[in-house]
Design a protein around this ligand. Sequence first.
Ligand code: ACO
Length: 707
Amino acid sequence: MSKKVNGKVIDALLKPQSIAIIGASNKSGKIGNTIVQKLLEGKYGGKIYPINPKDKEILGLKAYPSILDVPEHVDGAIIAVPAEATLQVVDECGQKGVNALTVITSGFSEVGRTDLEEAMVDKAHSYGMGIMGPNIIGILSNSEQMNASFAPLLPLEGKASLVSQSGALLIALDMATFTRRVGFEKLVSIGNMSDVNFGDLVEWLDQDEKTQCIALYIEGLKKGRHFIEKCRAARKPIVALKAGISEHGAAAAASHTGSLAGAAKVYKAAFDQAGVIMADSVGNLFDRTLAFSLQPPMEGDNLLVITNGGGVGVLASDAAEKCDIPLKFAPKDVQTELKKHMPEFGSAKNPVDITGGAGVDWYYESVKYAYAHKWVDGLVVLYCETAVTDPIEIAEGIHKAITETGLGKKPVVVSFLGGERSDQAMQWLVENDIPAYDAPDKAVCVLSGLRQYAKICTMDNSPFKIYDHVNRDQALNIINKVRTEGRDALTEIEAKQVFAAYGLPVAETRLARTEDEAVELATIGGFPVVMKLVSPDILHKSDAGGVRVNVKNADDVREGFRTIVANAKAYKSDATIIGVAIQEMAPWGTEVIVGSINDPTFGPTIMFGLGGIFVEVLKDVTFRVAPVTNKQAFAMLKDITSGPILDGVRGETRRDQEALATVISYYSQMISDLANEIAETDANPVLVYGEGKGCKIVDARIILKKK
Ligand code: ACO
């Protein structure tokens, strides 16, 4: 937590001992009236102090003209006065010794009044107070019986807490807790996040004994790395719905990496690194939250599905494959035992089809046996309503089988398809701690989340160890020289010098300003060579006819030099042409790309993928917020669809993945060390050779941040 936003501040927001409502009103329909009314209706146990300049009493409570007139200490204050009155009110709260402020008021940074918002935070901090909001609907806590908001009711009681950046959505979800039967302990509206942010709340809720699962609705994070750090340290499942992940805007970037790095991919990478499970819709957020609130993680991959309908069994099987927990046939002993609880024409493989005639006894016996069996890591029980069975009885049978074995030992989720009786049965199951869903794919999907969470719990969290034998100063000198020349793009040769300062294996490349120099350098280095245009104004050299490969002798070098310069002039007549780079002709290897962007939320972020000229078409890339350890870099190689190419295909030997992981890890330190300078980079292609033979970066690009 930041210095100002400490545990005491969040205690005063989420479980205050006493509350003042500044802007409390007797006028029905006003927010200041509703909040007092909701605190009273919820039966909040602390003292409530309405503050109003004129009225002596509000909704039966003694009111005070100013918080300074309240005789006792006040722990938290809710501010519901117009924006222009807030600074004075914050000042009075500070004088009064209030610990934290819930600022309901709108009209700050969301409408361009960042100055007013910053002034409010500065004032609050000068008194050691923290701020939730502004522009929020408030905070609801079942434990405190505190509806400190203008939402109609405290949510259905439960074991999850939800933090939402959208106030309106929070109110809607609050009401949906009753219809969806997903209970919450706390609902927190976070609004403009002028002070308290997502990371602070994750840290606090992780310590809250009433919260088992943390649910987040995020539109945009303010402190991305702080968020990752707090989520990674949390010991509770965190599920997040991120809105606004369209790729809009990414195409304008100058590098391949920049054009491939959309918000969705970077957020996905950051959430993965943070151990946050992504929901893809509001419904999915609820579904997952319910499962995390009630069920343990799934410790292994063996999922067993028991069903009375073949069709829903197949749907579950499809969903399992889609969600990365594909069904496997149950072992022989499991099949033999389960066969005893179904007719001859049933199937004990997996899905286990106990058939349409299955009554409560067959459900009870098969669920009990399967749940207790050590091969089964997670159980999905499906039921289609029939005329020969009663959904309520089936639900009770399932519940009995589970509780007799020991509910909570491993995850179990249920899906009933049918009418009103099935809905009632599912409601009863949820009330009795077994998550139930109205579709088999939803049940399987949440179970896959429980599996994902088990993997998160064993995720490698080892810190990045800084490589100290790199030459940051040398890299900075090159960058500074480029800046003094008024450029923000390094030439390929300069970019390779920066890479080399970080120990990266670049193909040897020298600048020839004249034809004669070109011949001399090629002769010294040895033929064949590659020749490439060096111009700060032409970044995509191939497009300008600025590249010649496999140039075998001095005459061809001369001819190549002239042609490249002529092509560049024809491509861009006013381009500055520094010369032609003479590069060693690296032997062929598997082409990959390593690159980076400086993300506005998460900072330096590294990309790895299948490289070469088709990279932007194939888009087979993966991202990580930098820096990454060697082990994490290695995991990136396995992330991409074409990753198996590196294992060796079509008679090729395994590629030197260790060397490649080392390149990615060093690269990630380079972009982190130089984060204040570098906007985007590409190493494309990086040629990866056979085992023990390393890699070579044959083309390099660095774009600097505009200063
Ligand atoms: N100290 C104490 N009371 C004060 C002070 C003060 N310094 N200044 C004003 N008041 C009183 C007023 O006299 C008034 O009381 P009254 O009704 O008895 O006259 C009360 O505070 C409210 O002041 P008003 O000027 O009447 O302001 P109003 O209630 O119209 O609006 C509000 C205040 C609600 C904070 C408004 O400015 C606002 O920001 N509304 C939007 C809030 C919102 O929607 N937030 C959530 C966004 S998320 C979402 O989308 C759902």
